[in-house]
Design a protein around this ligand. Structure first.
Ligand SMILES: Cc1cc2nc3c(=O)[nH]c(=O)nc-3n(C[C@H](O)[C@H](O)[C@H](O)COP(=O)(O)OP(=O)(O)OC[C@H]3O[C@@H](n4cnc5c(N)ncnc54)[C@H](O)[C@@H]3O)c2cc1C
Length: 465
């Protein structure tokens, strides 16, 4: 029987990053992946394909607004098949890239269904045959899948999930998106840019409900301006397929029943961990609604068994969180100082137009936690690079603790928000204060320099507004 230091079940961002780092640290490592390719949800049906489509949507928006930039654009057409082909090419290239990195770092991988079989043992099932592996440490990184609403089953032709919407042969004329979290608003943004009439139905009182309230309000305003329909506090009662597509009945904010019709409907109502049939019942690991509780360094209550990524209880379902969790686990296994995973320092990036980047506490969370809160806000209308880009909607909001000026949260909506989030993450990681950040120089003209004005605005010392 083959023996390893580390066996990893799942090759998504949590699994492949952990494997590469384990290889770099000299640990004999194997990855078990059920699919015939590496990369998981993130690479094949999540982060990467959606960001390809969002980029294409942005380029298309620039062409549509050509006149504003001084261009005469004649005969502009979307070649949807070519866009999908480019998306697939990018995904394949990166899946091959992971295979290359595995070879480079002497990481083995095997296709099959991986299952925990007790301390130090993993079984791998493929085509009815089962083989066994021995590993001193086992990482379960099996990811998540789209949730459905009770009684509304996706058929992947009319009622879609994040997977099937990527395969649509044509851009629908009308689309209903159920759910206004990151996945919902990104697809709403993509199809709105490509000309579909999009309507969002969200059960909670606001879009992007995990974000700061002012960010939700700004996105709501920007989406409505682009003619995206939004119903919040909307409870979907039924979805019926018919010759034209789907008819949705829902109860609106006022409690009235409303009906909407569209060619397609996307269910974007959250994700659920995929831990069934992974052998967790053979361990002492604590599982709650499918999600696994972990202690320091992502170890479960079963010694030598770690849980990483979307299956972890209480941590956000994000690729970069999964990556760092994997790094923490294998670094700990290698006996080296491992990074701590601090929930409040995990950045959130939502790539709709306008983009959202946020980290740390919202204003409400900071107040609820008992901080004496002082906020500052810089609107991009005062930023020259944002004007050059033709995108000066939105703002940067800083939430700080009044007493010491510690930065508690940063919330950005507007141009390049997901990129300038880099500075926000660094400040929180290094526990910086408003005063530290006010004295840092930033290049001019950049969207990034808006951060300087945002920190200064906490002290009423902003320059550009
Ligand atoms: C539409 C969409 C867009 C997203 N965009 C972003 C984004 O822009 N940024 C971001 O940070 N996050 C994004 N996410 C979330 C991100 O994709 C996930 O957080 C991330 O993929 C989680 O990584 P993971 O390694 O835990 O699991 P996954 O990526 O789901 O990988 C799990 C892997 O395990 C395999 N597997 C499962 N069970 C077994 C088994 N028993 N045996 C063998 N193999 C198994 C699966 O085949 C899969 O390859 C997005 C998600 C969606 C759906």
């Amino acid at each position: 029987m083959a023996k390893y230091d580390v066996a990893i079940i799942g090759s998504g961002p949590g699994g492949y990053v952990a494997a590469i780092r384990a290889g770099e640290l000299g640990l004999k490592t194997i990855v078990v992946e059920k699919d015939p390719f590496l990369g998981g949800t993130c690479l094949h049906v999540g982060c990467i394909p959606t960001k390809v489509l969002l980029h294409h949507a942005e380029v298309y928006d620039h062409f549509k607004n050509g006149a504003e930039l001084g261009f005469e654009v004649i005969g502009l057409k979307i070649n949807w098949a070519n866009i999908l082909a480019r998306k697939d090419k990018i995904v394949k290239k990166h899946a091959k890239g992971i295979e290359f990195l595995f070879k480079k770092n002497k990481v083995e991988w095997v296709q099959g269904w991986g299952r925990y079989e007790g301390p130090g043992r993993v079984s791998v099932e493929k085509d009815g045959k089962t083989t066994q592996l021995e590993a001193s440490n086992i990482l379960l990184v099996s990811g998540s899948e789209a949730r459905a609403l009770p009684g509304i089953e996706p058929d992947h032709k009319t009622i879609l999930t994040n997977r099937s919407i990527l395969e649509l042969p044509e851009i629908p004329k009308t689309l209903i998106v159920v759910g206004a979290g990151a996945v919902g608003v990104e697809f709403a943004s993509i199809y709105n840019s490509f000309g579909a009439q999009v309507t969002i139905l969200e059960a909670l009182p606001r879009v992007v409900p995990v974000e700061d309230e002012e960010i939700s309000a700004e996105l709501d305003k920007a989406f409505r301006k682009k003619n995206i329909g939004i119903f919040t506090q909307a409870m979907v009662n039924s979805v019926k397929k018919d010759a034209k597509g789907v008819t949705v009945t829902f109860r609106d904010k006022e409690g009235k029943s409303q009906t909407l019709q569209a060619e397609k409907l996307l269910l974007a109502v959250g994700r659920k961990p995929m831990t069934d049939n992974c052998g967790l019942e053979k361990s002492k690991a604590q599982v709650e609604r499918g999600a696994v509780h972990v202690g320091p360094y992502m170890e479960t209550a079963e010694k030598g068994l770690y849980a990483i990524g979307d299956i972890v209880f209480g941590l956000p379902l994000l690729a970069h969180a999964a990556m760092m969790e994997g790094i923490a686990a294998v670094t700990h296994i290698a006996g080296k100082p491992a990074p701590a995973i601090v929930k409040e320092r995990i950045p959130n990036a939502t790539y709709c137009e306008p983009q959202i980047g946020s980290i740390g506490l919202t204003e409400k969370q900071a107040r609820d936690a008992g901080h004496a809160v002082k906020t500052g806000k810089f609107p991009f209308v005062g930023n020259s690079k944002a004007t050059i880009l033709g995108s000066h909607g939105g703002f940067i909001k800083v939430v700080s603790d009044e007493k010491y000026g510690e930065v508690l949260g940063i919330h950005i909506i507007g141009p390049l928000a997901t990129e300038i989030l880099a500075e926000a993450a660094a400040v929180l990681h290094l526990e910086g204060t408003i005063d530290d950040m006010m004295s840092m120089m930033r290049a001019h003209p950049t969207v990034w320099e808006g951060m300087g004005d945002a920190f200064a605005s906490v002290r009423g010392l902003q320059i550009n507004v």
